[in-house]
Ligand binder design. Structure first.
Ligand code: SAH
Length: 342
């Protein structure tokens, strides 16, 4: 059966025409899905019984089941969802002063193999569809009754390895007749799939781009992130500069600090050199040690020194508030604990 959440509004109009319905039905259905967040076609009460029946027979609303939910003392909620095909994915809800932010997965697993990441070692089973990405938001809103205002693509998976579905999900999430989450409130994070950075730069999308940088020399970065063997730091920086020039938008560089690996002042100096003059921001993340992982988290003292060095040398840097570290909220940890593919 087709997942009705895989259609953006224009496609849903086409779909209605194809089943001999008026295109305005698409807007009604879209509203039931993304505004009313119903779990059954029967609840779409302004549609004829006949149409509701037709929808039931041809489409699914793809409602996720919660396998596990963990709540942190700081209010962070982490979900392991059964996505109805025997697989499981993770979604994290975080509360900030300015509202609720959700961290969504884009794939079941990941191919990128970053050495510090909990998803590494588990296979990438498949891409999530646009509707499966959007359902993560709907499922969390249903469970909590809150309205989510920000979306970050920082869950399991590499968004630029599932480019088309991720872009389509952004279009769906963004639609004013549905969830209405502004593109400026959506961030996409990549480990550095360079050709897609050029593509997104040429698209005039208003989302924020985050780049997982984590190291400043090819030697260190390749040891942490295999993608660096394919697209090295020079190529990555060239693409980032193109993106900034083309969009006039700030890039957010993620830098996960691992003890005695990339967290000393020499690294900070090298980072300043690399980013000097670029319209950017650095997000420092104390590395979250994974089971049997070789990277340990930096000391608070080193993290603060690192941040201060950047700030003193003209690079705006902040330390990411570690939400939910009492509940394994780092990428992939819960799924891994629960046995891989779910
Ligand atoms: N594949 C994308 C998005 C998913 S990971 C990317 O690489 O950007 C989201 C962020 O968390 C990335 O910056 C990633 O490098 C970082 N990350 C993954 N595992 C981590 C860990 N154990 N500790 C700290 N940061 C981690």
């Amino acid at each position: 059966m087709k997942n009705i959440k895989d259609y953006n509004l224009d496609e849903l109009k086409e779909e209605m025409i194809s089943i001999n319905e008026k295109p305005f039905r698409a807007e009604q259905i879209f509203k039931w899905i993304y505004v009313e967040n119903v779990v059954d076609f029967s609840d779409m009460t302004n549609l004829s019984l006949e149409l509701r029946e037709k929808l039931k027979q041809n489409y699914t609303l793809n409602i996720y089941k919660i396998i596990k939910k963990q709540e942190s003392l700081d209010g962070t909620k982490k979900y392991l969802f059964d996505i109805l095909d025997g697989n499981a994915i993770e979604t994290v809800l975080m509360q900030y002063k300015h509202g609720y932010s959700i961290c969504v997965s884009s794939q079941v697993g990941c191919k990128m193999g970053c050495k510090f990441c909990a998803s590494t070692g588990l296979a990438c089973v498949r891409n999530l569809t646009a509707g499966e990405i959007a359902e993560q938001i709907l499922a969390v809103e249903r469970d909590t009754g809150i309205k989510i205002s920000n979306v970050v693509f920082m869950g399991i998976g590499e968004p630029f390895d599932n480019f088309d579905n991720v872009l389509k999900s952004i279009k769906i999430i963004n639609n004013q007749k549905g969830l209405n989450i502004g593109a400026r409130h959506i961030s996409v994070s990549t480990c550095g799939v360079v050709p897609k950075i050029y593509e997104i730069a040429d698209m005039d999308l208003q989302c924020t781009l985050s780049i997982s940088l984590h190291a400043t020399t090819n030697e260190k970065r390749s040891a942490m992130m295999p993608i660096n063997n394919k697209y090295n730091i020079e190529e990555l920086m060239k693409a980032c500069k193109y993106y900034i020039e083309k969009t006039n938008k700030r890039i957010s560089f993620e830098y996960a600090l691992a003890k005695d690996n990339n967290d000393n002042l020499e690294d900070a100096r090298s980072l300043v050199k690399l980013l000097k003059g670029m319209l950017c921001h650095v997000n420092l993340i104390p590395i979250n040690k994974i089971e049997n992982g070789k990277y340990d988290t930096s000391t608070n003292e080193n993290i603060i020194k690192f941040r201060d060095y950047l700030n003193d040398h003209g690079i705006v840097a902040t330390i990411r508030r570690e939400l939910g570290d009492d509940i394994d909220a780092a990428c992939g940890q819960l799924r891994r604990k629960e046995g891989g593919n779910g």
